[in-house]
Each structure stands twice: as C-alpha cells, then as structure tokens.
Ligand binder design. Sequence first.
Ligand code: GUN
Ligand code: ZN
Length: 432
Amino acid sequence: MHQRQAYRGGVLHFTGHPEQGSEAPYEYWPDGALLICDGKVEWVGPWHAAAEQIPDATPIKEYPHHLLIPGFVDTHIHYPQTQMIAAYGEQLLDWLQRYTFPVEMQFADPDHCASVARWFLDELLRNGTTTALVFCTVHPGSVDALFQEAWERRMRLIAGKVMMDRNAPEPLLDTPETGYAESQALIERWHGVDRLAYAVTPRFAPTSSLEQLAMAGKLLKQYPGLYLHTHLSENKDELAWVHELYPDAENYLAVYDQAGLLGSRSVFAHGIHLCDEEWQCLAATDSVLAHCPSSNLFLGSGLFNLEQARSAGVRVGMGTDVGAGTSFSMLRTLGDAYKVQQLQGESLNPFRALYMATLGGAKALSLDHLIGTFKPGYEADFTVLDLESTPLMQQRLTYCNDLAERLFVLQTLGDDRCIEATYVLGQCLFQK
Ligand code: GUN
Ligand code: ZN
C-alpha cells in the first residue's frame, strides 16, 4: 500500500548545475503541485496539469500563499556551540579558548549531549534545514547522541567526532591512536545507517599533529564514502600559527594534502586567505569549500572570494557555522553572503544564492543524486516558505515585479519567521 500526498502551492527548484559563467537552470510554478509517494518525489509541475498525475483519493494539502522549495543544506555547523552563539569580543583563536573549549567540555556527559542534540536538530528543522554537515566534539558520545536523534527523525545528516591531540585543554584531547580507534568505532556504528554518513573531523591543523592527520587520511582510505570535514584558512593569526607549526609545508592546504585529506568528499570551512596554489589544488582534487559569511563577519575573519571559487571551478556550499555564525537561518546566511560580495564589488544573484543553499549544497556534499531538487525519485525533503511572514516583507513584496526581486527580498529580510513547515522524507517535522 503506497502512501501518497499531494501539495499545492508555489513551487521552485533548481534542475541542474550552473555552467561556467551562467546561472543554474530552474523551474517555477506560481500555482504548482508536488506529489510525494513513500517519501520520494513522484511528480512536480503546474497545478493545471496535476489532475492527470494525482491518483484519485490522494490527500491534497494546500499552501495557497506559500513557496515550496527543497530543504536547505547547511554545509558547516557545530552542534555543541549552540550554547555560546553570540559570544562577545574575540577573534578566532581567543574565541576558541575563551568560549568554545569550555562549552565543548560539557559534552563528556551523555545526557547533556542528548538534550543539546535534540534541541539542535529541532532548531535546524525550524529554520527549514533538512541536511547538514556537523561538527561534534572530541567525545564519541557527542556523535552517538546526534546520530541517534537524526536517525529517529530520518534526517540526512553527516557528522563526526573531533580529532584534536594538541593545543587545547587536556580534557578535550585525544591521541593519534585513540582518535583513530574512536572514529573507527563510530564509523562502524553509524556510517551508511539509513540516511547518515560519517565525516572524519580533525578540528584544524593547529590542534592536530601531523601523525594524527595521517591517521585521519588512513581512515579515509579504509572506508569508502567517508567525508573529511575541517577548517581551512579562516583567520590571519591562524595562518601564521600553521606556518609556525608546519614550517615545511608550502601553504596551509598543503598540510592537509600531505596527510591525504583532499578529495571530492572533503569539505573545508572558510578558505578566506588562500593563495593561487591552494585554489589550484582545491580544484585539482575536486575538494569543496563551505562559505560561512555570518561567521566570517562576526569573528572579523575576512571576506570570502566567491568569484575566485567560480573561476577556479571549486564547489562551494553555504554554511551557518553556528556558533561563530550568528544564525541558524540559511536565509539570514544568504543575506550576509550578499553583503560580503558587495564589499568586494560583486552582487550575489538571488537565484545563485538560493541554488547554493539547496541543490548547490547537495552538490557540495555529493548528494545531488538524492536531494536538493524535486526530480522524480528524489528524497522528499522540502521547506514551505511564507514570504509574507512579517509586516515589512508583506509591504515590500507588493512592490516586487518578478521572482528575482521576491527572492532577493526573501534573502535580505527573511529568517526563521518565513519557515511555515519543514518536511523530511515527506513527513512534516516542523509546522509553525
Ligand atoms: N577553527 C577551528 N575550530 C573552529 C571552530 O570551532 N569554529 C570556527 N569558526 N573556526 C574554527
Ligand atoms: Zn566551524
């Protein structure tokens, strides 16, 4: 017995990836229909053509003033940092010492892990985000808790245990051997279970010895389909420190490269202060960058060069990077991305922005054969947007002439208030 449900409302999704220099192709129906069968997309199109597609007796849910889009994909976020989002006054390295490490120590307690994990996933869904690549802490229990909660919600989620064997408080350190063994046990337990995947997660070069990074590389070789998730070239003091710690490395990325950490499932957060060799190396290895504009502005890290990423041919996903990022909302994050480009003399096109937060994010995570668009057979993770959720947006939208303008207003003024509902595999997991 199949479980079918039809939705009627505005529908917008991207159907492919941008060719060099052009925008991603999309489909938009102001009065559209989305038919879901057993958690997968069965059909999408204009409402006037839906009658032939929707079997009799299929329930229809109407969202007459809303826009249905694929769920947002957050390609870089820290679940343990939800307690210290909006921590005042420091840049990256002092911010880690003063705020981040003390909070991460609390994840030695499994009950604490479970309650934060629960809250965190509900907050993602409340913001319309259905897939994320997530940093946990050094404690294996932090990963168990997050995967357990994600598994119960059937979310498509990628996460991993932080590996960190130096330059952090003693209770947060593992060793090359324990970091390897604990990661391996978590991989065996969770990688490939339902919609979950594991990311080998060395925090960043300053907190791992070369020996530990090499162990991370060994795991990647051992298990197919694993991700690599770390930070790269975010802050100038961090760069100088990496140079001090790894004097023989040609540049920051080379530290990861010599450990065998680059590749098409390797996601590096930030990448702000990269040299030409690093851009070339990212492209040559098909590695991915997570662009985290609200974090970069908040910590005063610098401005991400999206144009260079485009010309180098490097895949880029959007990341909130909570808790250095200041919002769970991908809409807020796109608003900040626009401003970061403005400061560099570029204007981020609203279609490109929305592509990056949906299908582009799926592509960045090599999941664009499963999520990110409404092609039949794809997993039915989607978000229902209410563009008129505030008086200001309602008023402003009356002066919009086309979809591009409306999307730009959505990204500039919108936030969690615009999320009417969030669906995972066709199940409504959040309703405003
Ligand atoms: N670099 C190393 N660790 C972190 C972290 O927790 N947040 C950010 N933004 N950068 C980092
Ligand atoms: Zn981060």
